[in-house]
Structures are given as structure tokens and as C-alpha cells.
Design a protein around this ligand. Structure first.
Ligand code: OXD
Ligand code: MN
Length: 587
């Protein structure tokens, strides 16, 4: 009798009718063959073998360069279970309408079967998936981002438990592009896009949308969070997980070279995008990074903003939609101070002198094995995960939010996360620079009703004897001159150090209506040239601005109707009361 896996692959093949089916083993030689096929197709080139060994540049279809939230659907049986923040399609309608697009979609093409693991092979927190795809680019990218091939088959074989994902490039026409999730069935269908977030089904589709649904059913958490370890001068490492919306610097923070290295504060990378967490026997919440690579935004990355990644991407890396220099090296905006002459842009055209627009696409990416990060944590593949002492929420906020503050309690922290907002970036298709509410940075990734998701968060707090303390940071506050007040990057360790102190019951803080804010002298600023005025502005809590913020959060919460936990409405009311007290005391 065929196993569930064989039966599903057979069923997929009957639908998409490929010319052949290839089971991927994840080997180096297979990857090399796949790359040669890509090169022959004409959209991929080898980079300089001396300076960037085993690296390629892939140029995607110009209409297919970012996640497409407008065509991403949750196909739960009941519309209400998808909630107001997701697009919903009835499962039968999805199967029929999108099924028709899959019919014969791989005619003349090869169907690759990619068994994969999210998480280290022997961890109890790891889950398996199988993606079938007609894109060799997806196969070579999955090989970096997940653990593929035999290692996954072994695990699937034992439990026969995996999340199936069907992917085809289709005809790449944006009008026929769809990403569908069937949460009850734990099934993913994606067609019409080869872009990472739409096509590498282990990442956003499984590890966040489907996993968030599984996590609620099974009592764990699947979050859009980086994981890092902060080492103190005694050598002790404290782990923190941080949720920022897409392209707000999660990778840079996770891989940071600390400005306080000389005084013994060092950052170790565990993960840069996704955390799967569950309470451990020690009473702490334990986190694994389900991924095996980083799929990071290239523009803005350089020796100052992320020296570790600059080292990591020097080999075995797939670059997507970056520009290329005359010596066949990758290049993107702000990589070097001077723009090289004789560049080829992300679409493969020579850049002429005085050309407008960036040479690399604003959402161009590098896909690099995590183990190549110079400061990868020795515990990054620990089977029981790392214990998390702090959660950090953050967004891009030109105003309002101070550099850092700490919530009063788990419940208040959940409110802080639920009200998270950020100014949009190029990681998604649409307008850039608009403020959007993005609870826990999960707006595009929560696979179910967000009211229920907040409830799950509140309940998790009760199941963790030592819950992480919850903080909020904002590296992006601007002064009246429109310039950023905080230098960011490696200097952010100064904020992490204060968070560490607070976790340990130290660290100077002042009570404000929004939570604990560091006193002006609480952050270690040695070696940093920043004026007292700037620090005061960075830490200022403006009651009038916050009143507007609280009102806006109140309006946002209305979306969730009676599925919004009353605790969050209470927190919003308390915030308003505390702000009123300050305003009336001043008035
Ligand atoms: C990502 C994203 O690619 O969040 O990680 O868009
Ligand atoms: Mn992300």
C-alpha cells in the first residue's frame, strides 16, 4: 500500500501532469545540477568564483518581486475563523477555482518533490513538510532555508505526519497568482509566483500561517520573531525574541556586532525571522528557529549596518534581484559609499550614467545558510530550544514611541504587541511609508482570527511559570529636523543591555503612563556621541500623541468584534485613564 506521502505526490502529479517527477535528496551534486538548469534558463548567472564562490544571482520576473498579501487566502471552513485581517475563500471554492489553474500546470516541466524539516532533525518541536514545485530556484532556496531530503524523509517515514504544499510557477501572470492555506487540512497551495515568501512554502505559509493554527491547537507559539542571545561580561547568555514587521531590521538585530564588545556584551544569533516556542520543564518558554537559513533584505546592508551578514554572504549564497558589478560581484544601494561604475541592474540591463531609480530592487534579497553567520549561537540547533527571558516588539515609528519601554505585566505586554504599528516598507507589494497596525508583526502571517490569537497569547502567559518580560523598542524616532535620533545597528546593544538589566531586576526606570521608560542616564552611552537633548527626546512620552495612539488602537480593536479578549479592551481603557491623569495634572 502506498504511504500517505506517496499517495499525495501521486495525486499532485495527476493534477499538474509534469513530464517527470524527481525526488530531491538535498545533496550538493543535485544542487549543482539545479543551478546549471537555472543558468541555462537564462535568468540566473554565476557570480565571481574567486570572491563569491558558489554564489549565484537570480533575476525574477519583474512582476514577481515581493509577497502578495492581496492574493493570499486562509481557506478555513468558517469565514469567521479566518477573521477580519485575512482574505478568506471557502475551501471548496479554492479547490475548484485554483485547482483549475493547477490542472496541467506542469506540462512539459519537471515536478520536484522536496521533503523538508522545519527545525533540527531530532527536536520534539520540529515539524515536517513536503513541497512539490516546478521551480529549481525554489528547490535550491529550500535547500538553504530548511533541512531537506533524506533527513526529512526519515522523520516523515516514522510518523507519516507532514504538511503538504503544492507549488507551481503557473504562467507567472499576476492575475493568476494565489497563495492558499487550508488550515484544517494543514495544506498549502501556491501558484503564479516564484518569490520567496510566496513560493518557499516552509517559511511564511507553513512556519507561520499553518503553524500558528497548529500552535493554538497544541499549546505552543509560532511567531514572526528573531531569536538572539546576549552575552554579559560574566559569560552568561540571556535569550530574547523580537517581533518587528517585515524589513524593519530583524536580521540586522539578530546578527549585530555589538558596540559594547570591548566591555563584554556580545550578541549571538539563533534565528532572524521565525520562532517556534513552547514551555520547557524549567518553566521558561523555549524557542527554536525552525529555519536553516536567512532570507534577508539586501539594500542598506553593509559593513557598518551588518558586518556579520556581509561575511556570511561571501559564499554559497543565492542573491535575488540585486545589481551586479563589472567584476561579477553583487551590489545593492548603500552596500558601498561609492556607486560602482558599469553596473548591471536587477533586471539585467546596463545602468547608464545619470539613471534614475535603484540598481538593485528595493526588496532584493540574499539567501544564505545560517551556519555561515560568524556569530551563530552554539545553541542554534539545540533540540530543546533556548529559554526566552524577554520579548521585544518594535516598529518603524517616526514619532510617538520612545526608544524603549517595558510593559507592566504579561497582559499589558500582550496589549503592547496587539497595538504594534509600523510604517510600511518594500517587502510587500503596495504603498511604502504608510502606518499600519501590525499586531505582534503577525498581521500577514496569523492563520486564524486575530481575536482568538490574542486570547491564545493571554492563555499562554498562564501556562508559563517564568514568562518573558515584554518590551517595546523604536530605533526609528525622528527629531524635528526629520533626521533619525538614534544611530541604530551595533549601538542597539545599549538598549538590549538595559533590557537585560530589567530582566535581572536592575536597570533604572521611570514609571510613565505607557510603562517603564529608562531614566536619561540608565542606558550605557560610553563611546557614543549623543547629546542629552537627543536622549531626552528619544525617551519622551508625549501624552497628547499617546492619547491619539490609544484612540487609534481602540478603533483598530473594534475590528475584532466580540472575539477581542475583554482584557485588551481593559488595557486600552487603563492607558487612556493614565494619560488623562497626566494631562489633568499638567493642566
Ligand atoms: C520576510 C518578510 O521575508 O517578513 O521575512 O517579508
Ligand atoms: Mn519576515
Amino acid at each position: 500500500m502506498a504511504t500517505r506521502l506517496e499517495a499525495w505526490v501521486e495525486e499532485a502529479a495527476q493534477k499538474v501532469r509534469p513530464k517527470q517527477v524527481v525526488w530531491c535528496d538535498g545533496s550538493e551534486s543535485e544542487a549543482q545540477q539545479m543551478v546549471e538548469r537555472l543558468v541555462a534558463e537564462g535568468r540566473t548567472v554565476h557570480l565571481n568564483e574567486r570572491t563569491y564562490p558558489n554564489c549565484v544571482l537570480h533575476r525574477s520576473d519583474p512582476s514577481d518581486v515581493a509577497r502578495t498579501e492581496q492574493v493570499t487566502f486562509i481557506c478555513s471552513r468558517r469565514k469567521d475563523d479566518a477573521g477580519p485581517t485575512n482574505n478568506w475563500m471557502a475551501p471548496e471554492e479554492g479547490k475548484q477555482k485554483i485547482g483549475a489553474l493547477f490542472d496541467g500546470a506542469m506540462a512539459g516541466r519537471t515536478m520536484y518533490v522536496v521533503p523538508y524539516l522545519m527545525g533540527p532533525a531530532d527536536s520534539h518541536m520540529t515539524r515536517a513538510g513536503v513541497e512539490v514545485t516546478d521551480s529549481p530556484y525554489v528547490v535550491v532556496s529550500m535547500r538553504i532555508m530548511a533541512r531537506i531530503g533524506k533527513i526529512a524523509l526519515d522523520r516523515i517515514g516514522k510518523a507519516n505526519d507532514f504538511v503538504p504544499g503544492l507549488h507551481s510557477l503557473g504562467d507567472l501572470n499576476p492575475a493568476r497568482r494565489f497563495v492558499l492555506h487550508f488550515p484544517e487540512e494543514k495544506l498549502i497551495w501556491s501558484i503564479g509566483s516564484g518569490y520567496g515568501g510566496n513560493a518557499l512554502l516552509g517559511k511564511k505559509c507553513f512556519a507561520l500561517r499553518i503553524a500558528s493554527w497548529m500552535a493554538r491547537e497544541q499549546g505552543w507559539m509560532a511567531e514572526h520573531m528573531l531569536i538572539l542571545g546576549l552575552e554579559d561580561p560574566s559569560g552568561k547568555i540571556t535569550y530574547m525574541a523580537a517581533a518587528f514587521p517585515s524589513a524593519c531590521g530583524k536580521t540586522n538585530l539578530a546578527m549585530m556586532v555589538s558596540a559594547l564588545e570591548d566591555s563584554g556584551y556580545r550578541v549571538w544569533t539563533v534565528g532572524d525571522d521565525i520562532a517556534w516556542m513552547q514551555p520547557g520543564p524549567d518553566g521558561y518558554l523555549h524557542a527554536i528557529n525552525p529555519e536553516a537559513g536567512f532570507f534577508g533584505v539586501a539594500p542598506g546592508t553593509n559593513e557598518l549596518t551588518n558586518p556579520n551578514v556581509m561575511t556570511a554572504v561571501k559564499r554559497n549564497t543565492i542573491f535575488t534581484n540585486v545589481a551586479m558589478t563589472a567584476s561579477r560581484e553583487p551590489w545593492w544601494e548603500a552596500m558601498t559609499e561609492e556607486v560602482p561604475s558599469d553596473l548591471t541592474d536587477w533586471q539585467g540591463h546596463k545602468v547608464s550614467a545619470g539613471a534614475k531609480g535603484p540598481a538593485a530592487h528595493a526588496n532584493s534579497r540574499y539567501t544564505v545558510p545560517a551556519r555561515q553567520a560568524p556569530r551563530i549561537s552554539p545553541k542554534w540547533e539545540d533540540l530543546s530550544g533556548v529559554p526566552i527571558s524577554a520579548f521585544i516588539f518594535g516598529g518603524r515609528r517616526a514619532r510617538v514611541a520612545p526608544l524603549v519601554y517595558e510593559s507592566w505585566s504579561w497582559q499589558h505586554g500582550v496589549f503592547v504587541g496587539a497595538g504594534l504599528a509600523s510604517e510600511t516598507t518594500a517587502a510587500i507589494t503596495g504603498e511604502v511609508g504608510v502606518r499600519r497596525r501590525d499586531p505582534m508583526a503577525m498581521l500577514p502571517f496569523c492563520g486564524y482570527h486575530m481575536g482568538d490569537y490574542f486570547r491564545h497569547w493571554l492563555e499562554m502567559g498562564q501556562n508559563i511559570p517564568h514568562p518573558p518580560k515584554i518590551f517595546h523598542v523604536n530605533w526609528f524616532r525622528k527629531g524635528s529636523n526629520g533626521k533619525l535620533l538614534w544611530p541604530g545597528y551595533g549601538e542597539n546593544v545599549r538598549v538590549l543591555k538595559w533590557i537585560l538589566e530589567r530582566v535581572n531586576g536592575k536597570g533604572q526606570a521611570e514609571e510613565t503612563p505607557i510603562g517603564f521608560v529608562p531614566t536619561t542616564h540608565a542606558l550605557t552611552l560610553d563611546g557614543l556621541d549623543i547629546s542629552l537633548d537627543k536622549m531626552e527626546e528619544l525617551l519622551r512620552v508625549d501624552a497628547a500623541d499617546w492619547q491619539k495612539e490609544a484612540d487609534e488602537i481602540g478603533v483598530f480593536f473594534k475590528k475584532f468584534g466580540d472575539r477581542l479578549p475583554p482584557e485588551l479592551r481593559e488595557e486600552q481603557a487603563h492607558l487612556t485613564e493614565r494619560l488623562n491623569l497626566v494631562t489633568s495634572a499638567k493642566g
